[in-house]
Ligand binder design. Structure first.
Ligand code: ADP
Ligand code: MG
Length: 459
């Protein structure tokens, strides 16, 4: 019975953690101790009356599906420690041949939370990522000695999350002391904070602080999503300062450098800049080939000779995540056909479907072409577009133009700034404005799509 309860409870905990926040789990659910299964309810002991109230009022509904699945009960009966003896006495009186064995509350066994595939060993090093790889490795080998904070930035699918997990995995596996390593995405950090406030009594905030401010190594992924809410930035700033002044290691990733994150407060920006900052570039041919070969090896795929080489050549404009997806599709298609080795035939079919982009030399999009297409679309004059006028008829097309230059040309914001005689904060503002509009305004989305189609077809 005892082993059974323990096992089933572990399964429940897994399920609970999918529907209950980490703060909620830490505070209220983890301390519960199941002691008995009755006909249609699970009996648990909660450390305090407050926990009991929380379970009944806030969490029970979320817990029910897992209780049903793993214990086949619909309900939970929560006791506090003082009531335990009396409960056991009554139960054994009514059920003389059943015995209740108490499970010692023991700390949940710690499990490596990092993705086992995202290790340094699985990370292919090329000219475009070797510097950041070396810095990440140095940080993993001796946290908080050099490179603090470590700031990694680069486009999507280029390996930022992989490197963060690699650092986490490395420290986890080599740790001799009990280092507390915390990985969190910026979004999770924000949600946990908002939720801690919502919990409305001190405990929520305590648990939040405990989680982040007691980290020895804090890994924050995708900081570009930091909200411009003052309270969140304040909290993040304080967390950062606490850790930093206590000599803890902080590692941050972002899809762009701090100066281009419009919502980031200046003081945070300068904190980030005080450490080591390095970008990851899209892989060059050599790196692509090595990555493709590595993935083939790791996934135990088999490809006809030469296909790896050809893919490395043809997938020049794809990021690594996309390259992985294509490899999988090719292999999957071959498998469907009963082949164990994927051939050129499958490669061609998949590439055709994936819309392998035309070689860059044809229909090259340029700055002038973007300006031309925008002016024509909005029927305005080029001098006005790049000039100083501030009426709405001009401002919006100007912002659209900036957005298109940023998204279609791989040029720095400062260069775009020069075209319009404006500094990069204005450019960031314009870009973000349009990005936001694309999400909320159908008309804007259509305009942008039309303009991009036009750009691609105009020669
Ligand atoms: P990002 O966080 O920058 O968007 P990810 O770290 O999620 O990108 O990487 C996307 C995928 O590409 C992952 O599956 C990752 O393992 C893989 N990847 C990225 N860089 C490398 C690399 N240098 N070697 C091997 N795999 C890589
Ligand atoms: Mg990522």
């Amino acid at each position: 019975m005892r082993g059974y309860i323990e096992r089933q409870w572990a399964l429940c905990m897994d399920d609970f953690s999918k529907v209950i926040s980490s703060v909620g789990m830490d505070l209220w659910i983890t301390p519960l101790q199941p002691i008995n299964i009755e006909k249609d309810r699970l009996v648990v002991i909660a450390p305090t009356d407050m926990t009991r109230t929380q379970i009944y009022e806030t969490y029970l509904n979320k817990m029910r599906p897992a209780l049903k699945a793993h214990f086949n009960v619909d309900d939970i009966y929560v006791l506090v420690p003082d009531e335990k003896d009396e409960y056991i006495r009554q139960f054994t009186e009514n059920h003389p041949d059943e015995e209740i064995e108490l499970i010692d509350p023991k700390p949940a066994t710690l499990k490596n939370p990092f993705n086992p595939r995202y290790t340094f060993d699985n990370f292919v090093i090329g000219t475009t990522n070797q510097v950041i790889y070396a810095a990440a490795r140095a940080v993993a080998e001796s946290p908080a000695v050099r490179f603090n904070p470590l700031f990694i930035y680069g486009g999507v699918g280029l390996g930022k999350t992989h490197l963060l997990h690699a650092i986490g995995n490395y420290i986890w596996e080599h740790k001799t002391t009990n280092l507390n390593i915390v990985y969190v995405t910026c979004e999770q950090f924000t949600n946990a904070f908002v939720e801690a406030i919502r919990e409305r009594h001190e405990k929520g905030m305590d648990a939040f602080h405990k989680r982040y401010r007691q980290a020895d190594v804090l890994l924050i992924d995708d900081i570009q999503f930091i909200s411009n809410k003052k309270s969140v930035q304040e909290e993040f700033f304080n967390t950062f300062n606490d850790l930093y002044s206590a000599g803890k290691q902080i590692i941050i990733s972002s899809d762009r450098p701090p100066k281009e994150i419009a919502t980031l407060e200046e003081r945070l920006r300068s904190r980030f800049a005080s450490g080591f900052m390095q970008d990851i570039q899209p892989p060059d041919f050599e790196t692509r080939l090595l990555i493709i070969q590595k993935k083939i090896e790791l996934e135990r795929f088999e490809f006809e000779k030469g296909v790896d080489y050809e893919l490395a050549e043809r997938l020049a404009s794809f990021n690594i995540r996309e390259i992985e997806a294509i490899l999988r599709k090719i292999y999957f298609l071959a498998n469907l056909r009963g082949k164990t080795v994927a051939t050129r035939e499958e490669m061609e079919e998949v590439l055709e479907k994936e819309g392998e982009p035309a070689p860059v030399s044809i229909n090259k999009i340029t700055q002038d072409k973007i300006i031309g297409v925008v002016c024509k679309h909005f029927t305005i004059d080029k001098r006005d577009l790049v000039g100083r006028k501030r009426n709405k008829e001009i401002v919006e097309p100007r912002q659209v133009c900036i957005y298109l230059m940023w998204s279609q040309l791989a040029i720095p914001l400062a260069t775009i700034g020069q075209v319009f005689g404006r500094d990069h904060t204005t450019i960031i503002h314009a870009r973000d404005k349009i990005m936001e509009l694309i999400k909320t305004n159908k008309q804007m989305k259509k305009t942008i799509n039309d303009l991009i189609t036009e750009l691609k077809s105009a020669s």
